[in-house]
Design a protein around this ligand. Sequence first.
Ligand code: SF4
Length: 91
Amino acid sequence: MKIRTEPIARVWEWQADAACRGMDSSVFFPPAGERGRARRRREDAARAICRSCPVSGPCGRFALASRQHYGVWGGYTETERRSAVRVMDRK
Ligand code: SF4
């Protein structure tokens, strides 16, 4: 069996250009149990940052491929990623 691996630096190098680099992670990761309007406000704020991010594509693909359960990645919320993963798993 042949295992393909990528250099670690290549897997993560997109993060060097991230718009969220150095920001407080609480913008992207809600506290446990946060719901309703507070949650939507947090997600909207995170998405606004992601919209201006030059690496939103790689970020979103990484989150889907590595099945990130929490937070906003690539402009997509946890709920949106869960739906996308369900579709991907059906194929
Ligand atoms: S898309 Fe959003 S979460 Fe991903 S690196 Fe850019 S700003 Fe950060």
